[in-house]
Design a protein around this ligand. Structure first.
Ligand code: AMP
Length: 432
């Protein structure tokens, strides 16, 4: 058990995530009653604070209502931002150990679905039953960070919810030089973890999501001089339709991973078409990815509420990641410099030292001294992800660094001093 450092406490103010498989108490109150008691110490369906937004700020959270295909905020307030806010501090966890679904949402073993058409049909049946379909896309090798997204999916849906977790290691987001071959997986363990939550209705794990071509045909990406992913590299280019979020995919991770976001946006669009969810949950651990998906949903009119869920960390501050398993003990220790430097940076920014360059230099120095190889350290505006010279508006500090053979990313949100208490934008799909 690692000691909890002060910065880890700041990053992890909440309790450890635990997903218990408890049966409902025999006298579990009906959902309506549970909701009425939200202000009280109810641990079955915990209070989800809806802060009174400061004047001129965006509207508080709205929940998807049962049976509704379109999120209410989108359908009732066209042109308005569909933003949900909570009072959680940056880097804090959701409290999934206390999020217990109402009995109507509880399922036993998730149904394992491998076929696209079967998944589509399953989802439609759930909707006919009046359930909100909530999708949690993952690449598997699940940890508590992923499981917190499952809790967030349940929490975001007001009525009966059918949670689908997809597990698919998407080849089109990996360049041939990247770690597709060594990406960890353990399907049996993933299934056990999802079953233990008691709320996952289906696991979608397709063997492949792309139509493959023959290896003797040239790659369209190669021919046009564009970057090639593992998908094209592995044999022909039968699949040739891509979703690109042109500005947001540039910069940050997009600079060093040129095919990454094209692959992510494309596979998420495919998953959205297959599962047709009402809600989809993404972790803010992959901040750029979350922003990009919100933008794609807005631009392509997907009627899906995107929920951004807080980063879940180990007790010592390291952001949970499937790739952490590939860190040596020594590199893991060094990698703690990421969260440490982010917390220090945020503290400095909030106490008035708001020159981005100065803060970035400090982070680079801390990471380098710890033995990391910095890919980037950037301070950008939230939502638009454009670099800022001064931290005088809601920003996020994003870091990517190599420790040994593992590339880790992390980030911390900072509001300007006056608005920091309203940190944690839970959903953005707004115009910018
Ligand atoms: P991955 O399996 O790494 O593709 O991640 C699947 C989803 O889980 C993405 O939306 C990630 O942002 C999210 N995720 C991964 N790690 C964490 C974490 N430590 N905390 C919260 N969400 C996470």
């Amino acid at each position: 058990m690692r000691a909890k450092s002060p910065e880890a406490k700041l990053l992890n103010p909440g309790p450890r995530v635990q997903h218990r498989r408890r049966l409902p108490p025999p006298s579990a109150p009906p959902l309506a009653q549970i909701r009425r008691r939200r202000a009280g110490p109810c641990r079955i369906w915990p209070p989800r604070p809806h802060p009174t937004p400061p004047q001129g700020s965006r509207a508080p959270a709205r929940r998807i209502s049962r049976g509704s295909r379109r999120p209410p905020a989108a359908s009732k307030a066209p042109g308005r931002r569909r933003s949900l806010r909570s009072r959680r501090s940056p880097g804090s966890r959701l409290p999934p150990d206390s999020v217990r679904p109402p009995p109507s949402c509880r399922v036993h073993e998730p149904e394992v679905i491998r076929d696209k058409a079967a998944m589509h049909a399953w989802s439609r049946r759930r909707r006919v039953e009046g359930k909100v379909v909530a999708l949690v896309p993952t690449m598997g090798f699940l940890h508590e960070g992923h499981l917190s997204l499952v809790s967030a999916a349940v929490a975001a849906s007001a009525g009966p919810v059918a949670v689908v977790v997809s597990i698919y290691v998407n080849p089109s987001q990996f360049a041939p030089t990247e770690d597709l071959a060594t990406y960890p997986s353990d399907f049996a363990s993933d299934l056990r973890k999802l079953a233990a939550t008691g709320v996952v209705a289906a696991v979608f794990c397709p063997p492949d999501l792309y139509v493959r071509g023959s290896a003797d045909r040239p790659s369209a990406a190669g021919v046009s001089g564009g970057a090639v992913s593992c998908l094209e590299d592995a044999g022909g280019h039968a699949h040739e339709t891509w979703v690109q979020v042109e500005q947001l995919e540039k910069g940050l991770c997009g600079s060093s991973r040129p095919v990454f976001f094209r692959g992510v946006a494309t596979v998420v669009a495919k998953l959205f078409n297959i599962v047709e969810p009402d809600v989809a949950v993404f972790g803010k651990k992959d901040y750029q990815q979350w922003c990009l998906i919100c933008r794609m949903v807005r631009d392509l009119d997907f009627a899906i509420q995107i929920v951004g869920s807080e980063i879940v960390r180990e007790a010592d501050g390291l952001a949970m990641s499937s790739r952490n398993v590939n860190l040596s003990e020594e590199d893991r220790e060094k990698a703690l410099s990421i969260s440490r430097s982010l917390v220090d940076a945020r503290t400095a920014a909030l106490s008035g030292s708001n020159h981005s360059q100065h803060i970035k230099d400090q982070i680079v120095q801390t990471l380098a001294e710890a033995g990391g190889q910095v890919d980037y350290v950037e301070i950008v505006e939230q939502e638009r992800l454009v670099p800022v010279e001064r931290i005088d508006r809601p920003c996020v500090i994003c870091v990517a660094a190599w420790f040994g053979k593992v590339r880790l990313i992390d980030n911390i949100e900072i509001q300007s001093t006056s608005s920091d208490k309203y940190n944690s934008v839970v959903c953005l799909s707004a115009e910018s």
